[in-house]
Ligand binder design. Structure first.
Ligand SMILES: *Cc1c(COP(=O)(O)O)cnc(C)c1O
Length: 710
């Protein structure tokens, strides 16, 4: 029996690498020790250990099963980090001397490290995790936001309220990077005519490191310290300065650490200034022209664009560019015209704003959208950058996003998979054959597992609705939200950012028909919503208000619920526990969408517009499609047609299939579809497949090119 101090030490060790968050056998240790406290601390193991009663902890870890679980987890983590990993590690050969530097404005690894807002960040987190699992050398570069994104409450009128609170840094799995003298490593960044000092945090993500830049240090004037406080907060000026910090600061950091990346992956245009700093450095080191530097840097640069929505592309007035980056322009020796031209489609049009996506497109040799359809839409959208090419020849590829399986697959489902697929299916999950064994899964067993997850979700909803900051339905003629939720009722989930194009209110286009669906005697539905609207998005907030109103309206019988403060924890519960995942964006504005991929893993069926990944994933039998993939010139017309289609699909396909049960109460045809959903989609829409696509399509060519030019 190990000593108590040793067990406590091992527990602490486990909290120091985010690896724990995608290994249920690790976080379940904390859950087992004290489930209430685990929830109270928002599943944060460091906060958990800080808060828990010493004696209680010392007593609990000595209990037989826990002691051996702690030791086993520690052994596994050590061997994961120290081993050279799976065969992909060999393929990644040249990257061992020159890793991939992965830049992103947000990273969503776990709810306890709140430096993400939505899909982009969680994708970045998934990318880092999968690269680690594959042992592909990668460092992440991001920003440490002391307040993260806002927390959402809902006032008595159903209006979103935004709260900001500083995260307790000493309860995060990050440590300050130190220099040779043991002092915090300091970076001096030229920004807007002065020098800003940056410190750096390091988070360990399995085998990889994620570095987070932070300017909230005493050495900076108060104003400048605010710069990294909030993710997507502040005005245009804050935004451009954060982007200089991320791009230019990130390159300076890599240099300080002595890391010479073989490929620079700009995940979204936010970090595109990195390419300019790289050019300036190459010009200074090797006395080459800007043109030559640009050619060489772009060979190493991979750019992923993430949205066809115009507002999703940062654009700045040229004066702001000059203000923020004057010093860099001088180092590059560029005229104002040429400097501004890098961010313009029409170089000589003084009226055109400076666009970060254009800069990134011009400074990278490999560019991609995030689904087959989004690739096509992007080639159309950016044809102006290659005016002499036909649209189909525009050099923008696509790599469809995928999700990190261990992060979103429910532990109970994983146990089921393990039994049918053998121990190492995760090692080659990008191959359809690895999943084939699921064809033999017993339908009753799959259904039962799903019911367990659904019950857990309804339980979770009950707890949250009872404690969250939102209307309680205590007014005249109101009912408590969630009071009508029922395990037997078909449960829809709808959770995502409340961006306009995602049309959270599509089902409310026909309130009467919606009400009838909810209240149907034989085949009712219930629906759980979650999502934040950007603080400046009044329309998005209005949608939230509309939904929240229904949650206490007796006409909807307590079967419409809104969960406040959507985060990865709510997300996990939803994607694991609903029956149907509803997604109805205005095609083709959903570049990919990833939450629908998370539900697939858990046997949940998608009911979605044929947009983003679903336009390529849907085969007629692995879920449900709303509409036919047509697009309309008039948005209102599209909304009306799609709303009708949504009701038709629900009434004619989803409900009959779900409620058609055999004598054992088993909806056989439904379970068949669940199975086919996992079999036909699981192997393809996971992050391991995605990262391997980047490795072969983008990273290795970038490194090869680098080697050749050396
Ligand atoms: C997966 C996820 C998203 C992204 O969902 P989309 O379907 O791409 O909009 C956003 N937020 C959270 C918390 C998620 O887990």
């Amino acid at each position: 029996m190990p000593t108590t101090p040793l067990l406590l030490e091992q527990l602490r060790e486990l909290t120091q690498n985010m690896w724990w968050c995608w290994h249920p056998e690790v976080w379940q240790i904390f859950e087992t020790i004290d489930v209430e406290l685990w929830r109270q601390t928002n599943q944060n193991p460091i906060a958990f250990l800080d808060t828990i009663d010493r004696d209680k902890l010392a007593h609990r870890v000595r209990e037989g099963a826990l002691a051996s679980r702690i030791q086993a987890a520690t052994r596994r983590m050590r061997s994961y980090v120290e081993s050279s990993g799976p065969p992909a590690n060999m393929i990644a050969g040249p990257l061992h001397q020159a890793p991939v530097a992965y830049f992103c404005a947000e990273f969503g690894l776990h709810e306890s490290l709140p430096i993400y807002s939505g899909g982009l960040g969680i994708l970045a987190g998934d990318h880092m995790k999968a690269a680690s699992d594959l042992a592909i050398p990668m460092v992440g570069i991001g920003i440490f936001y002391a307040e993260g994104y806002f927390q959402q409450g809902i006032d008595s009128d159903g209006l979103q309220r935004e709260y900001y609170g500083r995260t307790k840094v000493d309860q995060l799995p990050i440590t300050k990077v130190l220099d040779a003298d043991g002092e915090p490593l300091e970076i001096e960044l030229h920004l807007a005519g002065r020098i800003i000092k940056l410190h750096v945090w390091k988070a360990r993500v399995g085998r990889s490191a994620l570095f987070l830049l932070d300017c909230d240090i005493p050495a900076n004037p108060a104003d400048d310290r605010q710069l990294t406080t909030q993710l997507y907060g502040g005005d245009q000026r804050t935004r451009i300065r954060q982007e200089v910090l991320l791009g230019v600061g990130g390159v300076m950091l890599l240099d300080k650490l002595g890391i010479r990346p073989g490929a620079f992956h700009l995940n979204e245009g936010h970090s595109a200034f990195a390419t300019l700093e790289l050019c300036a450095r190459l010009m200074e080191e090797e006395k080459v022209s800007f043109q030559e530097a640009r050619t060489r840097i772009s060979k190493k640069t991979v750019f992923t664009t993430h949205t066809p929505v115009p507002a999703g592309h940062d654009r700045f007035k040229p004066e702001m560019i000059d203000d923020a980056l004057g010093e860099l322009r001088e180092r590059l020796g560029l005229s104002l015209r040429d400097f501004h031209g890098l961010g313009r489609i029409h170089v000589d049009d003084p009226g055109e704003l400076y666009c970060m996506t254009v800069l990134a497109m011009k400074m990278s040799d490999y560019r991609n959208g995030v689904s087959h359809l989004h690739g096509r839409v992007s080639r159309h959208m950016w044809n102006g950058l290659w005016p002499h090419r036909r649209e189909s020849e525009v050099p923008i590829d696509h790599i469809t996003n995928g999700v990190h399986v261990s992060s979103f697959l429910a532990p109970e489902m994983k146990a089921l998979y393990d039994r049918y697929l053998g121990a190492d299916w995760m090692g080659h999950m990008e191959e359809p054959e690895a999943w084939a064994g699921l064809a033999d899964v017993d339908p009753g067993e799959l259904w039962e597992t799903h019911q367990i997850l659904k019950a857990r979700l309804l339980n979770f909803v009950d707890r949250r609705v009872g404690s969250q900051d939102a209307p309680r339905g205590t007014g005249d003629g109101q009912i408590p939200p969630g009071s009508g939720l029922d395990q037997e009722v078909l449960t829809l989930g709808f959770a995502r950012r409340f961006a306009t194009y995602k049309r959270a209110d599509l089902i409310m286009q026909d309130m009467e028909r919606f009400r009838e669906l909810v209240n149907d005697e034989d085949r009712p539905i219930q629906i759980i919503y979650a999502g934040k609207a950007h603080p400046a998005d009044r329309f998005g907030k209005e949608l939230i208000r509309k939904i929240v109103k229904l949650t206490t309206d007796p006409a909807f019988n307590g079967r419409v619920v809104f969960l406040a403060d959507y985060d990865m924890n709510i997300g996990r519960h939803l994607v694991q526990g609903v029956d149907v995942w509803l997604n109805n964006p205005r095609r083709p504005e959903e570049a990919c969408g990833t939450s629908g991929q998370k539900v697939v893993l858990n046997g949940v069926l998608n009911c979605s517009i044929l947009d983003g990944w679903w336009a390529e994933g849907y085969d007629g039998l692995n879920g449900f499609a709303i509409g036919t993939g047509r697009e309309y010139a008039v948005p209102e017309e599209q909304d009306a047609v799609d709303a009708r289609d949504l009701f038709d699909v629900l009434e004619n396909q989803v409900l009959p299939l779900y409620y058609d049960t055999d004598e054992d109460g088993l909806p056989r045809a439904w379970v068949d579809r669940m199975k086919w959903g996992i079999l036909s989609l699981g192997w393809r829409y996971n992050a391991q497949r995605m990262v391997l696509d980047y490795l072969h399509g983008a990273y290795l060519p970038a490194v090869g090119a680098t080697m050749a030019s050396r």
